[in-house]
Design a binder for this molecule. Structure first.
Ligand SMILES: NC(=O)c1ccc[n+]([C@@H]2O[C@H](COP(=O)([O-])OP(=O)(O)OC[C@H]3O[C@@H](n4cnc5c(N)ncnc54)[C@H](OP(=O)(O)O)[C@@H]3O)[C@@H](O)[C@H]2O)c1
Length: 242
């Protein structure tokens, strides 16, 4: 982005990285307003932040929520930070025999369909006349060429599909608004409920706090140019191949 985003939308603000991004941007000079959407309408202490409830499974509610932005006059940055790896009744598959339709349907619903529908309803509110960015948190494990370990079938496939959605949307966006850009970002391994069950064998130095991850995500976003649209970047700014 050429300049500091003045008006920002974060969808998924109730999560660890989403909440840290709201807190982080609220301290950045030049930021004027942050619209924080989450299922519970999580409140934030900064006066710059307005919190809203959003039901990610209700398209009419998404359309209504996005319509509120009509009066705002253009958003510079939107970040979608929703996503799950496990739920109360789902743990990632270690092998093919763990795979079920329920796991696939649930993770595709949450990790692919929800961000796709959010994009459908919100992206039209990005500022069209200057560089603006729509970022979605993805994951390195969604890369097909980078897959050396296997496992985690539903999550990997749902994030790979999300990456295709990001590429597809970038093509449509480029035809309509040359200044706008959509990218996916892998935030690194971040200390959150999502990664908690898988942290035991990891080097603690390689697990970022949500606050540090938010700084890295902001750096990737601020370095993003319109010609980067459709790509997936890691927390360190390196592109992840599909
Ligand atoms: N943590 C990591 O190590 C890591 C690594 C790679 C990629 N990521 C990606 O980063 C993103 C955020 O992860 P996080 O670590 O911040 O996780 P988190 O703290 O567990 O937050 C989960 C997020 O997903 C949303 N969510 C939870 N259950 C949902 C459901 N049933 N349907 C729809 N949305 C639901 C939450 O929405 P509310 O905001 O409404 O509460 C929240 O925004 C995810 O896309 C994840 O795949 C994380």
């Amino acid at each position: 982005m050429q300049s500091v985003p003045e008006q920002i939308v974060i969808i998924g603000a109730g999560g660890s990285i989403g909440g840290a991004l709201v807190d982080h941007y609220a301290t950045q000079p030049g930021v004027k307003r942050i619209f924080a959407f989450s299922r519970e309408g999580k409140p934030f202490s900064s006066d710059l932040v307005q919190s809203f409830k959003l039901d990610y499974y209700d398209e009419a509610a998404m359309a209504d929520a996005a319509a509120h932005l009509d009066e705002v006059g253009g958003v510079d940055l939107m970040v979608v930070t929703t996503g799950v790896l496990h739920t109360e009744d789902i743990m990632p598959e270690k092998a093919l025999h763990d795979l079920t339709a329920h796991k696939f349907e649930t993770l595709f619903r949450i990790d692919t369909i929800v961000p796709a529908l959010i994009t459908k309803h919100f992206i039209g509110h990005l500022r069209p006349d200057s560089e603006s960015v729509f970022a979605i948190l993805s994951a390195r494990v969604g890369s097909i060429s980078d897959n050396n370990l296997g496992g985690w079938y539903a999550y990997r496939c749902a994030k790979a599909a999300l990456n295709m959605f990001i590429k597809n949307t970038s093509i449509e966006l480029a035809r309509k608004h040359k200044h706008q850009c959509i990218v996916g970002i892998h935030p690194g391994t971040v200390d959150s409920p999502l990664s908690k069950p898988f942290q035991a064998h990891l080097d603690p130095k390689k697990i970022f706090s949500p606050a540090l991850a938010a700084q890295y995500v902001q750096k990737v976003i601020s370095d993003t140019k319109p010609e980067d649209s459709g790509k997936i970047y890691a927390w360190d700014g390196k592109e992840i191949s599909p």
